[in-house]
Ligand binder design. Structure first.
Ligand SMILES: Cc1cc2nc3c(=O)[nH]c(=O)nc-3n(C[C@H](O)[C@H](O)[C@H](O)COP(=O)(O)OP(=O)(O)OC[C@H]3O[C@@H](n4cnc5c(N)ncnc54)[C@H](O)[C@@H]3O)c2cc1C
Length: 439
């Protein structure tokens, strides 16, 4: 550490990193806060899961901790001029195949929140929103959770705006690929080394590196000899396909005021599927049901799941099989209504998963000065306005014991088979078949 002033390097400018920087600089305007990301914050294409056309913003959680946290975040989305322009309160229409609807309603009650939400019988629900979801797949559905207060955010635009605000407040943004973490002789982390060889130092290094976290820790473990740095089974990088169609005038008229759609499944069947209302460019989006690992040899003999090695994670290279996943999503929401829609764009989005779906917001137990704040586990965006406040509490040691335990680096982790969104496939098994070349 080069100065006694607390200083922070935050690697990764997705929602975890930017929210942390934003909360830090507000609380400590004179602190040195540096955000480092391989992509410029206003780049046309970024690898961050947080950089997207849109994301669902909801407090519809059966876990009361996330319900409460999401309500805190949503209050800000609804009222703060920085966030408000990006939030669209369209409501949510969630086909539930378990007691999920009731659990959410109970959580709102326990938290003393009045909101326009209810569990609607299928026959009644089908007629809502002009019958938009009348042709959806209702197999095994018990009821439909309709929460008029949920919605979505223009994710990439919001990320850019808040990053810009943090920079105006004094956060420094460095565009660089971090090759490895730097440690002193006692194993304390004192900075990062970029691929260019440049070394940045700080008293606190916070990894908000999303799906890349296991790989960065693996590389840093190899360079430093600190083998306990490795994520091991704590974090798995998982990919999910998204796809979009551009609605014609007639469909747009019908779908412009649609709510977010969710097909909820149990862990036995698989992850939930979502469909987001059209953006200002009239593009309606889905995410698919196939969540996959990409297990590769990161270093000789070290196999971990990580995004593809291309600089852009090869995120725009989507196999036919994964495109079918989006077609399936279209089908289970809209049936005939969407049968003729042409899919315009596909992207694979990479996130960091834990077996419980909990974040990791914790000091790293293998090195002083090193902290981890990531693992959105496919649901982290909506907490953008508040998550940095909790990262700050973690850095200051004032996180509530309940959250400190839930988000700890070292904790008991449940069997992943209980988590519907756990990556269950391997990317290599989902690629297009290679055709034998003609002799
Ligand atoms: C398809 C999909 C749909 C989703 N939908 C929703 C939704 O509707 N609602 C919701 O709330 N959540 C949703 N999520 C989850 C949410 O997007 C993520 O949980 C969240 O964005 C993760 O944020 P993060 O800051 O941890 O990581 P990211 O946003 O991935 O950011 C990590 C950053 O670290 C940088 N980085 C990594 N390694 C390095 C390095 N070595 N050097 C420099 N920079 C580095 C990357 O460039 C990246 O910018 C979805 C996720 C996916 C994949």
């Amino acid at each position: 550490m080069s100065s006694s002033r607390p200083s922070y390097i935050i690697v990764g400018a997705g929602v975890f990193g930017v929210s942390t920087a934003y909360h830090l600089i507000q609380k400590y305007p004179h602190a040195s806060v540096t955000l480092v990301d391989r992509d410029a914050f206003d780049a046309d294409s970024r690898v961050a899961a947080s950089w997207d056309w849109n994301k669902v913003v909801r407090a519809d959680y059966d876990d009361i901790v996330y319900c409460q946290l999401a309500l805190e975040a949503q209050d800000i989305f609804e009222s703060d001029p920085l966030w408000k322009p990006y939030f669209h309160q369209t409501g949510i229409y969630w086909l539930c195949r378990s007691d999920y609807a009731q659990d959410v309603i109970d959580n709102y009650k326990k938290l003393g929140r009045n909101a326009d939400l209810s569990a609607v019988p299928i026959d009644e629900a089908r007629k809502m929103y002009g019958g938009l979801f009348e042709d959806a797949d209702y197999t095994d559905v018990k009821e439909v959770l309709v929460n008029k207060t949920s919605g979505w955010a223009a994710a990439g635009d919001c990320l850019r705006a808040v990053t810009r605000k943090a920079m105006e407040l004094g956060v420094r943004y460095v565009t660089a690929e971090v090759a490895t973490l730097q440690f002193d002789d006692d194993g304390h982390c004192y900075g990062v080394k970029a691929e260019t060889g440049e070394v940045l130092t700080a008293s606190h290094v916070v990894l908000c590196t999303g799906a890349f976290t296991p790989k960065l820790l693996e590389l840093s473990a190899a360079r430093s000899g600190l083998t306990d740095l490795r994520a091991g089974p704590r974090i798995v990088a998982g990919g999910i396909t998204t796809g979009m169609t551009k609605l014609d005038d007639k469909s747009y008229e019908r779908f412009a005021a649609m709510p977010v759609g969710v097909q909820g499944y149990t862990a036995k069947t698989g992850p939930f599927i979502g469909s987001l209302p059209p953006t200002k460019d009239r593009e309606l989006k889905w995410w698919g049901q196939t969540i996959f690992k990409n297990t590769q040899e990161a270093l000789p003999g070290r196999h971990i799941s990580m995004p593809p090695p291309e600089r852009d994670y090869a995120q725009w290279k989507v196999s036919g099989r994964l495109k079918e996943d989006i077609q399936h999503a279209n089908n289970v929401f809209y049936g005939r209504k969407g049968a003729s829609w042409k899919m315009e764009k596909h992207r694979i989005c990479w996130d960091a998963f834990t077996t419980s779906g909990d974040f990791i917001i914790s000091p790293h137990s293998a090195s002083k000065g090193l902290y981890v704040a990531t693992c959105g586990s496919f649901h982290g965006f909506k907490f953008f306005p508040v998550i940095g406040r909790y990262v700050l509490q973690m850095l200051e040691g004032s996180l509530s014991p309940n959250l400190a335990t839930k988000w700890a680096w070292d904790r008991e982790r449940p069997d992943p088979s209980l988590f519907p969104d756990w990556p269950r496939f391997e990317m290599k098994d989902l690629s297009d078949p290679v055709r034998a070349s003609k002799l």
